[in-house]
Ligand binder design. Structure first.
Ligand code: UD1
Ligand code: MG
Length: 466
């Protein structure tokens, strides 16, 4: 019988070894808080609710985590922290008796939903089911004690274990599934008479066995799935494991990564077919890469949609923030380009080196190839925007728009002082400062006429008197 799943996430611990002001479970992995990974994983199991137990840095943790769609997120405080059993005791009063409780830890971010689903299935809404693992060096972990027939009898914490028990290599991962009504009854029987003077959640195994129940174990061999973060070193290790996992998933879909160990996704990367990504690229927020997109080495791309066939050359920085960035089909961007929020490039647009584009629309075929700034501009089809030209969009108080109509040619080193419109097909002579709108088809030049004085003698240095 499938019961509704309610998840308890233990997140009250201090995380002393992180040596950080920030609560441990808010440290980021793949751009997301550790505990957010756990909550999001619960949502993928279609959990009915998630209860997060907070303690150290509770207020910060409570504001730092978001409820996923369709899942109720609640916080319960544990003050003081008297052990994992005491932690779950704080949660059960707000939980319904008709569910299955899945206990997770806020600092164990990489458990796969399929693994948890297997544990839930094993529990079958009736049994206490433990997620366990064989570890070559089980020091510090709770050991899974079985009888001669292999039935689980108890979990004994390392500090309470006999030498014989310490030789057991099967450890308890910290993750269990248990019918809530049974859990509630067993938690009421906990005491803290043990080596650490704590209320151990793991003692529920002993009570289940005493009640004549069969305790089941789902044994996995992938240690990363149950690895916790206690130090910056472990955080970095799991970050690499996570990135490798994402890289492999993308390669399975056909994405070609030059080096899966030099690749970072801190959000969601969605790729079409025949996407090539060179080394050292970082993707943040939501990034979509269309069919045939190529990303050169050392690009940082955040909140952007790069459409089919576009090429992003090396060292390009794209950050759409909230407004987003779109790079149209077949566009060429970079090297060393910067696209900021609201940059919207049409098909076949070219943005070259040291060109910055912000809150501007460039229609199909427009080009700005060198050293230029386009801010708050509307640029028509096939416009050529010369090297060194800028839109002066800010008067010190307000932003104004520049409109460059189709087929305009803006020469090098021009300043277009907004608000201003350059009429279709017009030409702006190099070095012009344009502060009045121009007519279609006109040549507009605003610079001093050139004067040449033949045979001009440069002044000579006067000799100092001795
Ligand atoms: C726990 C298990 C151990 C298991 C190990 C796996 C118990 C008694 N032992 O040990 O069998 O092998 O995890 O990693 O459960 N927490 C609270 N409130 C508390 C204490 C802890 O919220 O009062 C949270 C911690 O923040 C952490 C989690 O519970 O997220 C586990 O606590 P931790 O102290 O790491 O447990 P271990 O002693 O490692
Ligand atoms: Mg631990």
């Amino acid at each position: 019988m499938a019961l509704p799943v309610d998840v308890v996430v233990m997140a009250a611990g201090k995380g002393t070894r992180m040596k950080s002001q920030r609560p441990k479970v808010l440290h980021r992995l793949g751009g997301r808080a550790l505990a957010q990974h756990v909550i999001d994983c619960a949502a993928r199991l279609s959990a009915r609710s998630v209860v997060v137990i907070t303690g150290h840095g509770a207020a910060q943790v409570e504001t730092g985590l978001q409820a996923p769609a369709q899942t109720a997120l609640r916080f319960v405080r544990q003050e003081p922290q008297l052990g994992t059993g005491h932690a779950v005791q704080q949660a059960v009063p707000v939980m319904a008796d008709d569910g299955l409780t899945l206990v997770l830890s806020g600092d164990v971010p990489l458990t796969r939903p399929e693994t948890l689903q297997a544990l839930i299935d094993l529990s079958a809404g009736r049994h206490l089911a433990l997620l366990t693992l064989d570890m070559p060096d089980p020091t510090g972990y709770g050991r899974v004690v079985r009888d001669e027939a292999g039935a689980v009898k108890a979990i004994v914490e390392h500090k309470d274990a006999s030498d014989a028990q310490r030789a057991i290599t099967e450890i308890y991962s910290g993750i269990m599934a248990v019918p809530t009504a049974r859990l509630r009854a067993w938690l009421a029987r906990l005491d803290n008479r043990n080596a650490q003077g704590e209320y151990y959640l793991t003692d529920v195994v002993k009570f289940a066995v005493a009640d004549g129940e069969t305790v089941l174990a789902h044994r996995i061999d992938d240690a990363v799935q149950v690895a916790g973060v206690n130090s910056p070193q472990q955080l970095a290790e799991l970050e690499r494991a996570y990135q490798l996992r994402l890289a492999n998933d993308l390669m399975v879909q056909g994405v070609r990564l030059a080096d899966p160990t030099r690749f970072d996704v801190r959000g969601d990367l969605v790729c079409g077919q025949d996407v090539d990504i060179d080394v050292n690229c970082v993707f943040e927020g939501r990034v979509e890469l269309g069919d045939g997109v190529r990303i050169g080495a050392n690009c940082v791309i955040a909140n952007a949609r790069i459409e089919a066939g576009a090429v992003i050359h090396p060292f390009t920085h794209i950050d759409g923030e909230r407004a987003g960035v779109r790079v149209g089909p077949g566009a060429l961007v970079g090297p060393f380009a910067r696209l900021r929020p609201g940059a919207d490039l049409g098909a076949e647009v070219h943005i070259g080196n040291f060109v910055e584009v912000k809150n501007s629309t460039l229609a199909a075929g427009a080009k700005a190839n060198h050293l230029a700034y386009l801010g708050d501009a509307t640029v028509g089809e096939r416009v050529n925007y010369g090297a060194g030209s800028i839109t002066a969009n800010y008067d010190g108080a307000n932003k104004h728009r520049t409109v460059i109509e189709a087929d305009v040619h803006v020469g090098s080193n021009c300043v277009l002082v907004a608000p201003v419109t350059i009429g279709a097909g017009g030409t702006v002579g190099a070095g012009s400062t344009i502060s009045k709108s121009t007519e279609a088809g006109a040549l507009s030049v605003s610079r001093a006429r050139q004067v040449s004085i033949p045979g001009w003698q440069r002044p000579q240095k006067t000799k100092k008197a001795p």
